[in-house]
Design a protein around this ligand. Structure first.
Ligand SMILES: Nc1ncnc2c1ncn2[C@@H]1O[C@H](COP(=O)(O)OP(=O)(O)OP(=O)(O)O)[C@@H](O)[C@H]1O
Ligand code: SF4
Ligand SMILES: [Mg+2]
Length: 347
């Protein structure tokens, strides 16, 4: 049941998740005795990120490999502790809740893992995986389990025959459906879908997207939808956040980000999509992974604008000092309604 708040005559969807100034820094050790030798490096995988997601809506999260997308998802769900910042779910600050206090929220906040081969126990049959998920927080009779499993299979369009299979016997698309069924089995209202369509054929990608959208419509689900595939992000998302080196550099409604973006990095991302569309590329995600998106390089600047070494606008403007001034890292600023950009010279 979707709950909405009435303000005057306008019905406003309520905020299901709010993230404020979230940071997740990893310590990178370069050897067994690195901490003794003092050669530990800090990886600012998520560096002061803020956003909110409305109930029954999807926020797409894009950015090149290693920019921190999965880390945001895992930190929100408290699968890894935040370094600092706040996570508010359904109006409750869950950032510092101990495991026991967090339990009621845990079942409402689920993830479909990027690597489902690692996330689904290969030695458990599908039925056992779903049963485990639905009984971890609730005591259910065998009859109730059977009824709920049938309902779930119907929800995710899977045949009953698959219940006796083991995960390695399933196709990529079927594994995604099981990942989703497992999240629903627990009682999810908010789902982090981490690359739910990667490594799938285009037709199966469409099935997974349609399924996610259908479930959203009928069950009022909210998603953080992480993907390299900009076309699918556009299709799925109400709002899109673009990440670069641990920071959100642009955020706004999906159509604005796709067609009226203001950050040079967003422009590069979407221009490569337009190029690919015109070449009728069959798989954007593959191309993006292998092509221009590159890999997060921690040698790049972490002061001033992190995008400066790759920024065409910085070059075109004669390398303005603001862009590399360590004391003036560009912050997200409103450029129009619900559209924010972190750039000193937005397009
Ligand atoms: N447990 C960890 N320990 C140390 N570093 C980590 C850990 N998890 C992630 N990182 C680093 O944090 C950065 C962000 O990783 P993350 O997995 O969030 O990226 P991503 O945007 O999801 O990338 P991809 O698109 O390839 O999935 C990476 O450089 C990664 O190496
Ligand atoms: S602040 Fe400067 S370097 Fe950074 S994105 Fe904007 S123009 Fe480019
Ligand atoms: Mg990832």
């Amino acid at each position: 049941m979707i709950r909405r708040k009435k303000i005057g005559k306008v019905i406003m969807a309520k905020t299901i998740l709010e993230v404020a100034n979230l940071k997740k820094y990893f310590v990178q050790r370069s050897g067994m005795f690195s901490s003794l030798k003092g050669n530990e490096g800090i990886i600012p995988a998520v560096d002061d990120v803020s956003f909110y997601i409305k109930e029954n809506q999807t926020m797409g999260l894009v950015g090149e490999s290693g920019c921190g997308k999965t880390t945001i998802g895992r930190t929100i769900l408290k699968l890894t502790p935040a370094t600092s910042g706040r996570i508010i779910f359904d109006g409750e600050d869950i950032t510092s809740l101990a495991a026991r206090q967090f339990r009621p929220f845990r079942k409402q906040m689920q993830i479909i893992f990027q690597d489902l081969d690692a996330a689904l126990n290969p030695k458990m049959r599908i039925r056992a995986i779903l049963k485990e998920a639905m009984t971890v927080h609730n005591e259910l009779s065998d009859a109730e389990v059977d009824r709920k499993i049938s309902e779930l299979l119907e929800n995710v369009n899977l045949k009953k025959g698959k219940l006796t299979s083991f995960p390695p016997e399933l196709s990529g698309g079927e594994k995604r459906r099981i990942g989703l069924a497992r999240a629903l089995a627990v009682g999810a209202r908010f789902i982090v879908a981490d690359e739910p369509t990667s490594a799938l054929d285009v037709s199966i990608q469409a099935q997974v997207v349609n399924l996610l959208k259908d479930l959203q419509k009928h069950m009022g689900l909210s998603y953080l939808f992480i993907s390299h595939d900009l076309r699918i992000v556009e299709l799925m998302s109400h709002k899109v956040a673009v990440m670069y080196l641990g920071k959100v550099v642009e955020i706004g409604m999906a159509d604005r980000i796709a067609t009226r973006h203001r950050h040079p990095y967003t422009h590069i991302l979407w221009s490569s999509l337009v190029e690919k569309k015109s070449k009728e590329a069959t798989s954007v995600s593959e191309g993006a992974r292998k092509g221009g998106w590159g890999v997060f390089d921690f040698e790049r600047p972490t002061a001033g604008c992190r995008f400066a070494p790759r920024c065409p606008v910085y070059e075109a403007n004669g390398r303005p000092s603001e862009c590399i001034d360590p004391s003036s890292e560009p912050q997200l600023r409103d450029v129009s309604d619900a559209h924010k950009v972190a750039c000193h010279f937005p397009l």
